[in-house]
Structures are given as structure tokens and as C-alpha cells.
Design a protein around this ligand. Structure first.
Ligand code: GCW
Length: 670
């Protein structure tokens, strides 16, 4: 069962106050009678803001402080497209000054609408006579949040798999929610951050959820119409075995003509019902989900079948590369889970249709606190690739811990595949897809931990400008969400929170060490002898995973040069990834000058100490923050502190017992 939503829903980054600058002025929405749905949304936003703050919506030709207008070539496009289909190629806009007015010119209705939110973000600064002319357009055409929401409450995973913010916004115990008001509000928040699509069900599509594609499509269409006014398209996760599960066919073989016809007929009905349907998302042959392997077919066969069904509608299938053996034998040292996605997919490069997008988790394992960039993203130049980020904090504190993730994401998007002077990964992927696993639920703060909203906000902003400084995005979010609160208070808690989290959890890129199943809290050996392939190999002499070509699993060879060489040798491997790539003695000296064992002790103490300081600083700020936010963050910080100390003590004790090496500073180790 899901929790009952509180009647007071936090406005996140769109509090009424954020509209003051715009709403207290004369605004003209100059779209020459264009009555498209998105233009209607812009008008409604402007009217609401002006009604609240005393400004006015000006008639055509009348003087205005802000003019929102469409570029000439797109006039009429919106009318032609009629209501629903926002043109995603026309998301860009210009902003600048003309005489005494600020003018936003949308490339199309969506651009107009993103331009409006740019004005909101800038507040008074949008009306500065010195405002420079700027053109904005998103780096990624599709900026999608994937919800791991179940329709039916799952006996282990609950309503939302890896959800830490209450129930689903869409589904409640098997049914579509009656009241979708929050879905509309959510769409508005997402649009204001720059997101343009959501997937409304878990990638693990269980039997009940399989019906969303066919007999429960009406419910999906209802969600789509709630999202549409904000330019958010709906995507569905599908079950590869749907033709069998739904009882229509004896096989789901992707090369079987009946199966292919089934998918094209089913897809036709989807588009008849939802003309602006976004596309399919597929988890196949992964963690027990069905897929083409059952029929002796390849992932290219499977993905291409769905791509062919979607092609008439110019829609993509996103096919996930998260394929690995989760029934591995821990005694077998040659099997390395990190290698799996590359081993499965790199040989298929060039064999996918144009509307197949291979969606790759940003690291080779599974959203750990620190991983190298997935080598799949650096290969496969003849395949459309998307990077998948995880906003929901499965392995990064489950929205009980403060953990501002954009510095991690920026290190992925800014990674330079060909070395220090080359283009970034974001440049390579631009024009394509940025996808992220959502972190919201029916919690009154949307994300459980109010400060986890910043992660959701930032993913949209990075979808437009992946090279932007995460600290700047954070500052923007703080300004919008906490008008009146001194910004340094939030910065003090959030700026280095990812690093802090890393300090008290698994060290130097080794990963996991979490409690199996729910993945919260320390359990150093929790996964060590399991079939999941997530090991640290600690013994009395050392720890880490040897992934070298010389003596290990050979994983480093999946990287292009110079990375393959850098990672291969401990002396050139970055400290923070040392134990991901190498098994070293506890006495190995890091570039930092510390030994591995002393680093483990020092950073565990420092991380837990830092959390205690965050807690003390927040306690001082009670008067300066909305009391409801203050209380919720206070509660979560108390848990973060307890948990950080538990991590510190378990890891220190474990490695002290294993290594027998005392802490050089003589601090208490139990
Ligand atoms: O990290 C694992 C999660 C699963 C998830 C899977 C995936 C949706 O623990 O809960 O399943 O990744 O990404 O498919």
C-alpha cells in the first residue's frame, strides 16, 4: 500500500515567488493566433503569474516589458500539428533585448515554452537593459526520466522499485490513480527543468504491467494527456515476451513473421490511441527478464523487430545494455561482470536500425558511488547510444543521505574518450538521448529528502547544457527553491556531498559492500560469495579487483587508448578507481602519499565527521528555512549521521581485522 499524500505539496523549484519578476510586468504572448496546446500553456502560465503579482497580459501590438513570440518559420506549424504533437526539434529559443523589452523567440511552441521558464529562472535579471542576446537549444533531443514504477505493488520491490519517496505518482495498488493533479504538477516541474519525456512503468515489466500495451492502454493515454500540455511525451517499458504473456502467440521469437506482425499491429493501435507516443524501453535477457536469447537470436534481432514496428511513426526503441550473468559462480575468477555489456554488445555495432538507441548505464557495473565510464559508451561508433544515469539514490544513500549527484554525472558527460585534449562524451552523444531513472514519488517533498530535488532538477539542466558547472546548477536550484534563504547554507550541505558519501562508504572505486537486497547500509562481505558478480576480494594481504590484461580479467582492454593503458597500471590509474582496476596490498602507496589502509581509515573518519558538521550547521539554520523543510532535513541528517558512523566503524573494523595494521593516528577502531 502507498502512503497517503500530505495535502501540502512542496512547490519544488516553482514556488509562486519564482514568477514575481515576470508576473509584475506587462507581458505579451505574440503568436499570431496560434492556438496550439503549448502556446495555451504559456498563456496560462503568464496569466496566472500576472494575476498574482499585478502585471498584465497585453493585447497584440500593445507595449510590453516581455514579449514571447514564435520565430516566423514555425508560425502555423503548431496549428498544423493541431493540439497534441509538440515538435521536439523546435525546442530552442532566443532571448535578448529589443528596445525597452525582453524578447523571447521560440523556434517552435516548445521553444517558446522553454524560453518562458528561462525568464522565470533569471527573475529580475531577465529584464536587465544590458541583457545579452543568447540562443539556447538542448544538447540532447530526448531528455527522458524512466520511472521504475510498478502498477501492481510488487511483493519485494513495492510500488516503486528502488523508490525512496513514497508511492507512485501514476499507479496505486494495481490501478491508475483517480486524481492525476500531481502528475500535471510534476510535468510542469519537469518542463521547467528541461525534461521532455517520461517512461511511466518499470523496466521490469511483470505480467500485470504487460497489459499496459494493449487492454490497459486507455489508462496510459490518460496519463499521456496529463503530461502533454507541458511538452512531455510518454514512453512505455514493454515486456519482450508480451505476445506470449498476453496469450496471443506461442512464441516471442523476433524473426517469426507472426510475432513481427503482432508487434506492428499492437504498435499501430498504440499510435491510434496516443498519436504523440514517445517509444518503447526494453530490458531483455537481464536479471531474469525474457529476451531474444531464449530463441537463439541476438539483441540486434530483438531490438530491430521493435524498431521496425515503431519506424512508421518515427519513434525509437531504447534497448538497455544492462545484460550480465547474475547467476555467476564466485569461485570462477575469470568471469567479470564489468566486462558483460561490452562483450555482449560491441560485436553488434552497426547491426542496429537507425531508430534503435542502445541505452547504457554510465558505468560498467551498476550505479555505484564511483565507477569508471562504461567502455560501451566509448565504442560502438555505428550505433546510436544513450547514457543512463540514476537519479534515484539506490546506492548513494537512498534519499536519506544528502548526495548531490551532478558532479558524478559531469565527470561522465565530460569524460574525454581520446584523452585530455579530445572531445567530451557529451559532445559525442549530443543530438541523442539523455536518460535517467527518476527519484520521485507521492511524498509531499516529491523526493523524500527535500534536497534530493536538486538531482532531479539538474538532470534536466544537463540535458540542455551537459558541460555546465554542477555548482552553478545547484546555485540556480537553490535560488529558485529557497527564495529568502542564504544560499551558502545549502551549498555548505550539498556542494561536496557526493565526495562525503564516498568517503564513508566503499573505498577507492571497489563498490558495493552494501546489504544485499535493499542495498542500504554497510555489509562488507554481503555480496562476496553470491552469484551477482560484485566482489572486492579482500584478504589479509590486500583488496581490489584485478581487471588488468596482464594478470586479471582483461577488462582494461575494453577501453580505447590512452585509457586502456592508464587503467592497466597502478601507477597511472587514478586513486579513486584504484581498487576497481587493481588488487593491491594494504601498504600500496597512493598518489596522495597515503597507503591504501591509512586512506581507508582517514577517509572513513573524515566522512563521518563531515556529516556531524553538516548536522550542526543545519541545526543553526532553523530560523532561515521553511519549517517543514527544516524538520524533514533534520530527521534525515540524523539518520545520515547514524548510518555514516555505522559505515565508518564496520569498514574500519573489518579492514583492521583483515590487515592487522593499526591506524597511524591511533583513533578508536572497535
Ligand atoms: O541496480 C539494479 C537494481 C534493480 C534494477 C536493475 C536495472 C529495475 O537493483 O532494481 O531493476 O538494476 O537497472 O534493471
Amino acid at each position: 500500500m502507498t502512503s497517503t499524500p500530505s495535502p501540502v505539496i512542496h512547490p519544488a523549484w516553482l514556488p509562486a515567488e519564482a514568477f514575481r519578476a515576470l508576473g509584475s510586468r506587462r507581458v505579451r504572448v505574440d503568436t499570431a493566433g496560434d492556438a496550439g496546446l503549448l502556446v495555451g500553456t504559456v498563456l496560462a502560465e503568464v496569466s496566472r503569474a500576472c494575476a498574482r503579482f499585478g502585471g498584465s497580459v497585453q493585447p497584440p501590438e500593445a507595449p510590453a516589458d516581455l514579449v514571447l513570440t514564435l520565430a516566423p518559420r514555425s508560425r502555423g506549424d503548431a496549428a498544423r500539428h493541431g493540439g497534441p504533437r509538440p515538435d521536439r526539434d523546435l525546442d530552442g529559443f532566443r532571448i535578448g533585448r529589443r528596445g525597452a523589452s525582453t524578447v523571447v523567440t521560440g523556434d517552435g511552441p516548445a521553444g517558446l515554452f522553454y524560453g518562458l521558464f528561462e525568464v522565470v529562472r533569471r527573475g529580475e535579471a531577465a529584464f536587465d537593459p544590458g541583457l545579452a542576446d543568447e540562443r539556447h537549444e538542448p544538447a540532447f533531443g530526448l531528455r527522458v526520466l524512466d520511472h521504475w514504477d510498478n502498477v501492481f505493488v510488487h511483493r519485494v520491490m513495492g510500488q516503486v522499485e528502488r523508490g525512496y519517496a513514497g508511492g507512485s505518482l501514476f499507479w496505486d495498488d494495481g490501478r491508475l490513480r483517480d486524481d492525476l493533479t500531481r502528475v500535471g504538477d510534476y510535468a510542469r516541474l519537469l518542463a521547467a527543468s528541461g525534461i521532455n519525456a517520461v517512461t511511466v512503468n518499470n523496466v521490469n515489466v511483470h505480467a500485470g504491467e504487460t497489459h499496459l500495451l494493449t487492454d490497459r492502454l486507455g489508462e496510459v493515454a490518460t496519463i499521456a494527456s496529463t503530461l502533454r500540455p507541458y511538452g512531455i511525451r510518454l514512453h512505455l517499458s514493454i515486456n519482450f515476451a508480451a505476445p506470449v504473456i498476453l496469450g496471443d502467440l506461442p512464441t516471442a521469437d523476433p524473426l517469426d513473421p507472426d510475432v513481427r506482425r503482432w508487434w506492428s499491429d499492437t504498435t499501430e493501435r498504440v499510435f491510434e490511441t496516443i498519436p504523440d507516443f514517445g517509444g518503447y524501453l526494453v530490458k531483455a535477457d537481464s536479471e531474469g527478464r525474457p529476451g531474444p536469447f531464449s530463441y537463439g537470436r541476438t539483441h540486434a534481432d530483438g531490438a530491430n523487430m521493435l524498431a521496425d514496428a515503431l519506424a512508421p511513426y518515427d519513434a525509437p526503441v531504447r534497448w538497455r545494455a544492462f545484460v550480465y550473468n547474475h547467476r555467476q559462480d564466485w569461485r570462477d575468477r575469470s568471469t567479470d561482470r564489468a566486462r558483460a555489456a561490452y562483450d555482449h554488445f560491441a560485436p553488434l555495432d552497426g547491426r542496429f536500425r537507425d531508430n534503435v538507441i542502445l541505452q547504457v548505464k554510465h558505468g560498467p557495473m551498476d550505479f555505484q558511488t564511483r565507477e569508471p565510464v562504461s567502455p560501451v559508451l566509448l565504442a560502438m561508433s555505428d550505433t546510436r547510444l544513450a547514457v543512463e544515469l540514476q537519479v534515484t539514490q539506490e546506492y548513494t544513500g537512498q534519499q536519506k543521505h544528502v548526495c548531490y549527484l551532478p558532479p558524478m554525472w559531469s565527470s561522465v558527460l565530460g569524460f574525454q574518450p581520446t584523452g585530455d585534449d579530445g572531445p567530451t562524451l557529451a559532445t559525442r552523444l549530443s543530438g541523442g538521448v539523455l536518460s535517467a531513472v527518476a527519484n520521485v514519488g507521492d511524498d509531499p517533498f516529491w523526493t523524500g529528502h527535500p534536497l534530493a530535488q536538486a538531482n532531479l532538477y539538474a538532470v534536466g539542466r544537463l540535458g540542455w547544457t551537459p558541460g555546465r558547472d554542477p555548482a552553478e546548477i545547484l546555485d540556480e536550484w537553490i535560488g529558485l527553491t529557497f527564495p529568502g534563504t542564504p544560499r551558502h547554507l545549502l551549498h555548505a550541505l550539498m556542494d561536496d556531498s557526493w565526495e562525503t558519501y564516498e568517503q564513508y562508504t566503499a573505498p577507492l572505486g571497489v563498490g558495493f559492500m552494501v546489504r544485499p537486497g535493499h542495498h542500504y547500509g554497510p555489509d562488507v562481505d554481503g555480496y562476496e560469495y553470491t552469484p551477482w558478480g560484485t566482489y572486492h576480494f579482500a584478504d589479509r594481504d590486500g583488496l581490489g579487483v584485478d581487471r588488468t590484461v596482464a594478470t586479471g580479467t582483461g577488462y582494461t582492454a575494453q577501453y580505447p587508448r590512452p585509457w586502456s593503458e592508464r587503467y592497466e597500471h597502478p601507477d597511472t590509474c587514478p586513486d579513486e578507481l584504484l581498487l576497481f582496476f587493481h588488487h593491491v596490498p594494504y601498504t600500496h602507496v597512493l598518489h596522495s602519499g597515503s597507503t591504501v589502509i591509512q586512506h581507508i581509515y582517514d577517509t572513513r573518519f573524515a566522512g563521518a565527521q563531515r556529516v556531524a558538521e553538516m548536522q550542526a550547521a543545519w541545526a543553526q539554520a532553523a530560523e532561515l528555512v521553511d519549517p517543514a523543510v527544516h524538520t524533514r532535513v533534520t530527521e534525515r541528517l540524523a539518520e545520515q549521521r547514524r548510518s555514516a558512523e555505522e559505515w565508518r566503524d564496520q569498514l574500519n573494523t573489518y579492514f583492521h581485522r583483515k590487515s592487522g595494521i593499526p591506524d597511524a593516528k591511533g583513533r578508536p577502531i572497535h
